[in-house]
Write a protein of this length. Sequence first.
Length: 202
Amino acid sequence: MTIMGKRKETNVSSNPHNNHSSGYPLRSIGSDLRRKARLRLEPGLRACGRTSGSVGENLIGKLDVLEVKGSVECDICGVQIDSRQIGEGELFVAVKGTVADGHGYIGKAVEKGAAAVLCEVMPDVTDMNVTYVRVKNTEQSVGLVATTFYGNPTERLKLIGVTGTNGKTTIATVLYEMFRWMGYKAGLLSTVANYVDGEMIP
């Protein structure tokens, strides 16, 4: 798969691989959106360090919410599905995995400072200072929540998928190199390697 970012204003007859004077490298889009989100306060939003949205208006607006305990106006500074990575003021999404069930770690996430919890089953014991949102399927919901929180970054990308029996990686690599030569910030996801604008990503 080839991913195209914003085109750089460069002379493509020179060496665009070494020119990083303009445009957005794909790896920086997330941090750039977070920076802009801190500066943009819409009605109902309250600044909270890295705040990108409030639970009610932004993050759960597109979800099929079954139950809410707590205030939907609480501030959210991040979205996590791993309780070990939870930071102060973040939303913890409890996802049922094949090995572990995130619902078993809700208490730990709250102890570490989670401001809200998205779950399929309400915990028996809740914290009055934490907002709990129950939905039918958290695995499906987490994608919508993350997309909303980060400002829908896919709208800024063009994706090209290559299918077939043979030659998929070759064609994807050719397209990746061609777009970079034309002056675009590009990424490559393949079975051989992953690249973001010339940098190999593990």
